[in-house]
Design a protein around this ligand. Structure first.
Ligand code: AMP
Length: 276
C-alpha cells in the first residue's frame, strides 16, 4: 500500500523500465464483486495491476453521502491481496488536493443531461480526479465499469480530447441474482427496499424489449416510469433511451443505443443501464 504520489511514481518507473505493462483500476473502496471483476480483467490484460482507493470529496455535493460513504480499508486490502494486486494506492485528500490546489477539468458534452441534471458538480469532480490518477500512475490501460455508463463516456471523451496516452477499457456490470447492479451504496438499502431494488433492471430489460418490438419510444419510457413508481421506487430522476456514444436522447431505433436510469429508493439513489 502506498499513499503518496512520489512513492507510486518510483514503483511505476521501475516496472516501466522493465518493460512491464500497467493497468489502473480506480475505485472508492467498499469493494464488491463488481470491482473485483474489473481487477481480474486488469490482471488478464497487463503485467502489473494498480488499484486506487480514494473517496473523492470533490465529486460529492455538500448534501450528499461523503461522510457516511461505506469505508472498510482492512477488508478491501485483504480482498486485493487475494487477487495478487501489485500495488494499492490510497492517497489522502491532502495528497490529491494540497493547500492551494485550484485547477479543475470541465467535462465535455458526454456529461450533458442525465446525471448532470441531478448532480451538476459530479462529473467535474470525477474527471479531475481521474486525470490526476492517470497522470500519477501513467498506466497503459485504465478500467472503468459500464455500471456508471455516463462516467465511462465522460472519461473516454476526456482522454480523447486531451490526447492522454492511455487506453480506457469498459468492464461489464456485475449483478446480484435478481438483476440488481452491484454497488457499494446497496448497503444502504433496508430489507424491504432491497426487495424492490431488483425490479429496476427487470423494467429496463422490458423497455429494451418493447422498443426492439417496435413500440413507440416515448410511450414505452412513460409507461416504464409509471411502473417504477408502482413497484415502489420513490422517485425517477431519469429514464432515457440514448445514443450510445454521445448519450443524446434518441427518437428512433436507427442508431446504437443505451437505456439509462436513476431512481430514488428511500435514502438510496440507484443507477443502472443496459444496451438498447
Ligand atoms: P466506485 O468504487 O463506485 O467508484 O466504482 C469503481 C469502479 O467500479 C467504477 O469504474 C465503477 O463503474 C465500477 N463498478 C461499480 N459497480 C460495478 C458493477 N456492479 N460491475 C462492474 N463494475 C462496477
Amino acid at each position: 500500500m502506498i499513499s503518496d504520489i512520489a512513492g507510486l511514481r518510483e514503483k511505476i518507473t521501475k516496472w516501466q523500465k522493465a518493460d512491464e505493462s500497467i493497468a489502473l483500476v480506480p475505485t472508492m473502496g467498499a469493494l464488491h464483486e463488481g470491482h473485483l471483476s474489473l481487477i481480474r480483467l486488469a490482471r488478464e490484460r497487463c503485467d502489473r495491476v494498480v488499484v486506487s482507493i480514494f473517496v473523492n470529496p470533490t465529486q460529492f455535493a455538500p448534501h450528499e453521502d461523503f461522510q457516511s460513504y461505506p469505508r472498510d480499508e482492512a477488508r478491501d486490502l485483504d480482498l486485493l491481496a487475494s487477487l495478487n494486486t501489485d500495488l494499492v494506492f490510497t492517497p489522502t485528500a491532502q495528497e490529491m488536493y494540497p493547500l492551494g490546489y485550484s485547477t479543475k477539468v470541465t467535462p465535455g458534452t458526454s456529461a450533458n443531461g442525465l446525471e448532470t441534471n441531478f448532480r451538476p458538480h459530479f462529473f467535474g469532480g470525477v474527471a479531475t480526479v481521474v486525470l490526476k490518477l492517470l497522470n500519477a500512475c501513467t498506466p497503459d490501460i485504465a478500467i472503468f465499469g459500464e455500471k456508471d455508463f455516463q462516467q465511462l463516456q465522460v472519461i473516454r471523451q476526456m482522454v480523447r480530447d486531451f490526447n492522454l496516452p492511455v487506453e480506457i477499457v469498459g468492464g461489464p456490470t456485475l449483478r446480484e441474482e435478481d438483476g440488481l447492479a452491484m454497488s457499494s451504496r446497496n448497503a444502504y438499502l433496508s430489507p424491504e427496499e432491497r426487495g424492490i431494488a431488483g425490479r429496476l433492471n427487470v423494467i429496463l430489460a422490458e423497455v429494451a424489449e418493447n422498443i426492439r418490438l417496435g413500440y413507440p419510444i416515448k410511450k414505452t419510457l412513460a409507461q416504464a416510469r409509471s411502473t417504477l413508481f408502482e413497484v415502489g421506487f420513490d422517485d425517477v430522476d431519469y429514464l432515457e433511451y440514448c445514443q450510445v456514444d454521445n448519450l443524446e436522447p434518441l427518437n428512433t431505433t436507427t442508431e446504437p443505443s443505451r437505456i439509462l436510469a436513476a431512481v430514488q429508493l428511500g435514502r438510496t439513489r440507484l443507477i443502472d443501464n443496459i444496451p438498447g
